[in-house]
Structures are given as structure tokens and as C-alpha cells.
Design a protein around this ligand. Structure first.
Ligand code: CO
Length: 460
């Protein structure tokens, strides 16, 4: 029997794409033991925006969240998403930090690390992959899928060959914007399968309404694993539904490994949570619909919902269409970077500034400037000369890999933090998000002091 594995995304990507990663651990804790029995190939539960969101919005220690998930799911492979040399943040870290982060991710419970670089520059995933393999985890080398005049199957296959040489355990096609068509998926999976012997994983989003067809064609072309979300958190900016694809593929003769009655109870569990978030407004119905515009704009799910929130906060939601139209222009100027974190934020913010300022590149974020200097890696295409000149304003682009210019940071930061950090994990949280982590540490200490005085009162 032909096999196809399922990676459940409800705890990470569905959570991130539909409810801005605001799902607290307590909300989903009661279902984890059941999820452990579903027969998933893996559960994507960590990394991406979950780490930042835990510290920033949920007062949760992301490391503790991971350990608690591990405890309740001893039998399922736990998966995280990692932005190569960027880890989970928005800038490049030195290699010692990347290695430490991977070591602690694995020792706290991660089995599969999906590693990508926003620009598909393999120099930026090499160290993370090497360390993942060394730690005994699967290094899922990932292509950030996009279409543009400078992206082709030949180029992707060339990247895949490099990834194989770097020790990839599998190859993931990550279509974060949901723009991969069924035919493109078929051709790309087939080409990769003909090039390397590694399992191929396909990740896409329903944003443009293509995902079910795309995944099906990918499986027909030989994809080994697909990403899906439990139905009540599926569709729209999220992944296609686990149950529907299980049903369709089983009938076509595939062994999905899933237990239908277990996935039904997972759905029953998440349904009232979904309804609660619709009620509270956290889940905006706009992210549940199909939007074919993203085929033109290439706006990933998470970016679309963030853009709406940002414009609402700036009281400029009436400029939404202008910003949507400016986005692909900025992208072309910048040499067609795939719109994935952190490029999606950089291009989105730049497009917003260009529109709201009434003049293009009048103000430029330091991230965009760093990108143009080459600090994020090699742009897929050519950066527009005039735009580059305006942004760089006389500064010279860098040569080589940016991380090579960075001094080791971990031990130094650990020494500086002293007893503010209680563990190496705290040090890593701090390196990733300094202000946010520091606030979190303070709050954590306050909470514990409150608890302590509460107990003292009772004892007295
Ligand atoms: Co995604």
C-alpha cells in the first residue's frame, strides 16, 4: 500500500495563520494525549511565531511549553519551524547561538526541525542543519517556494542538490503564501524525486483556494508527507483539513496512518475553541475565506492578517488595497525575495511606508537597509539599482556570509545576564527577544513572589 504521512499544524501554523498565534498552552493541553494516538507522521507544535508569542503575549515560557507538550505526547514526532541563521527572530545570529538553540530545542523534545532561509541561500541553513543532525534530530531542509521571473524548477533542483550534500533528512517545499498551483506542485515534486532519494514534504496554505488540489497532485507525484490542519482550524489562510485529505487519500488507496475516530475527537475538542475566537473577534472571518488576489500579491496567510491589524491600528485600513498593490512592486525592486518571515514583514512594512508617506523609499527600515547590504544573504534576483542607491546612500554591500562577521554571543550574554537567567534556555530566549524576554523574566519573578506571599499568609 502506498503511504502518505500527515503533519498536523493546528498548534503552530494554523494557530499562527488564523488567530495570530494566541493559543495558550492551557487551551490545548487537554487534547494532547489524544493527539498522541492519532497516527500523525508528526505534529508541528513549536517554532515559527509561537516562541515570540509565548513570551510577548501569553506569559508562557516557550521552552516549558515544549517540555509539557513532550510529556503529554511521548509517541509522536514533535516538529518545529526554524528560520536557519535567523532562528526564530528577525536577524542573523552567530553560529554558537544557532548551535545552542538547536541543542536545547532537541533536548527539550523536538524531533524534526524544518529549516528554511527566506532567500533560499543555503549558506544560511548549513550550520542549523549540521547541528540538528549531530543532535539526532531530522533536518528537514526547506525550499521557500515562490514564483517570479527569477525562480524556476531548475533553480529549485539545484538548491535541493546542495541541501542533500548538507545532510538533509528530507526536503520540504514550503509554499507559505499558498500560491503553488497543482501543476507546479506536481512538476516540482517529480523533479525533486528524480534528483534525490529523500522524502519530500509539502506545505501550503488554502489562501488562494488551491491547496487541496495542490496537495493531491503533490501526492500523485510522490510526495511522502503533507501538512494539514484539523478541520475547524483549516482553510482560508491555514492548511487544508486533515479529515478531508485523510478521507480522499484513503479512498484512493493510500495508507495515511491516521485513526479516523481519534481525529474526529480532536476536531470535536477544537470546535468550541474556534467558535470562542470567532465570538471574541480574534478570529477574523476574512482569514477563513478564499482570496484569489494572493495569486497576484503573494501575501502569505500570516502576513495578510498582520497587515490588516497594522493598518487598523494606524487607522488606515482604507489604504489596504493600495498597500496590497504596492507590495509586489517593492518585492520586484528588492530582487524577488520570497515573502516569508522576515522578508514578508520587511516588504509589508516597506510597502505600507511607501503608500502612507506618499513617496517611495522616503523612509526605509534598518532591516530593509541591511537586506540591501547583503546581510540576509544573496537576493534571488537583482536588486533595482536606483532603489539600492537611494537606500544604501553611499554604504557598501558586504561580501561573504554575514554570520561569519558576527562574534560568538552565548557565553558573553550568559555572563552579562547573571542570575536574571535561570537556565541556558533563558539565555537563548533573551538573545532571541531581549526586551520581551526581560519583561517576561520580571513578570515570572513577580508571579512567584505573589505565590510565595500567598502561601506565607496561609501558613501564618
Ligand atoms: Co505556513
Amino acid at each position: 500500500m502506498k503511504k502518505v504521512g500527515f503533519t498536523e499544524t493546528v498548534l503552530r501554523d494554523a494557530n499562527q495563520s488564523q488567530i495570530a498565534t494566541r493559543l495558550p498552552f492551557e487551551k490545548f493541553a487537554p487534547i494532547l494525549e489524544t493527539m498522541d494516538k492519532a497516527g500523525y507522521y508528526s505534529v508541528e507544535c513549536w517554532g515559527g511565531a509561537t516562541f515570540d508569542s509565548c513570551l510577548r503575549f501569553l506569559d508562557e515560557d516557550p521552552w516549558e511549553r515544549l517540555r509539557k507538550i513532550r510529556e503529554k505526547m511521548p509517541n509522536t514526532k514533535l516538529q518545529m519551524l526554524l528560520r536557519g541563521q535567523n532562528l526564530l527572530g528577525y536577524k542573523h545570529y552567530p553560529d554558537d547561538v544557532v548551535r545552542k538553540f538547536i541543542q536545547h530545542s532537541v533536548s527539550n523534545g523536538i524531533n524534526i526541525i524544518r529549516i528554511f532561509d527566506a532567500l533560499n541561500d543555503t549558506r544560511n541553513i548549513r550550520v542549523a542543519m549540521e547541528e540538528a543532525v549531530k543532535c539526532g534530530a531530522e533536518a528537514s531542509a526547506t525550499i521557500s517556494y515562490t514564483t517570479s521571473p527569477v525562480h524556476s524548477i531548475e533553480n529549485y533542483v539545484k538548491t535541493v542538490k546542495e541541501m542533500e550534500k548538507l545532510g538533509a533528512s528530507s526536503i520540504c517545499i514550503k509554499d507559505m503564501a499558498g500560491v503553488m498551483t497543482p501543476q507546479e506542485a506536481f512538476d516540482l515534486v517529480k523533479a525533486i524525486k528524480e534528483t534525490v532519494k529523500l522524502p519530500v514534504v509539502v506545505h501550503t496554505h488554502c489562501t488562494a483556494g488551491l491547496a487541496y488540489m495542490t496537495v493531491l497532485k503533490a501526492v500523485e507525484a510522490g510526495a511522502d508527507v503533507i501538512d494539514t490542519a484539523i478541520s475547524c482550524f483549516s482553510g482560508g489562510t491555514s492548511q487544508p483539513a486533515t479529515e478531508s485529505l485523510h478521507f480522499a487519500l484513503s479512498q484512493m488507496g493510500y495508507d495515511t496512518g491516521l485513526d479516523q475516530s481519534v481525529i474526529k475527537s480532536i476536531k470535536d475538542f477544537f470546535l468550541p475553541i474556534r467558535d470562542e475566537y470567532i465570538e471574541s473577534g480574534l478570529l477574523d472571518p476574512i482569514v477563513l475565506t478564499t482570496d484569489s488576489d494572493c495569486l497576484n500579491y503573494q501575501i502569505p496567510g500570516g502576513m495578510l492578517s498582520n497587515l490588516i491589524n497594522q493598518l487598523k491600528a494606524l487607522n488606515a485600513i482604507d489604504r489596504f488595497n493600495d498597500v496590497l498593490a504596492e507590495t509586489p512592486r517593492v518585492r520586484a525592486d528588492l530582487g524577488y525575495p520570497p515573502l516569508v518571515t522576515p522578508m514578508s514583514q520587511m516588504v509589508g512594512v516597506q510597502a505600507t511606508q511607501n503608500v502612507l508617506n506618499g513617496e517611495r523609499y522616503k523612509t526605509v527600515t534598518k532591516e530593509v537597509k541591511a537586506y540591501v547590504r547583503g546581510e540576509y544573504g544573496k537576493a534571488p534576483g537583482k536588486i533595482d539599482k536606483e532603489v539600492a542607491a537611494k537606500i544604501l546612500d553611499g554604504e557598501k554591500p558586504i561580501q561573504g556570509r554575514f554570520a561569519d562577521t558576527l562574534e560568538p554571543l552565548f557565553e558573553k550574554t550568559k555572563a552579562e545576564l547573571g542570575d536574571k537567567a535561570r537556565s541556558d534556555e533563558d539565555v537563548l530566549s533573551y538573545i532571541a527577544f531581549p526586551q520581551v524576554a526581560e519583561k517576561f523574566f520580571e513578570k515570572r519573578a513577580e508571579k512567584e513572589n505573589r505565590k510565595a506571599s500567598y502561601f506565607i499568609e496561609r501558613i501564618d
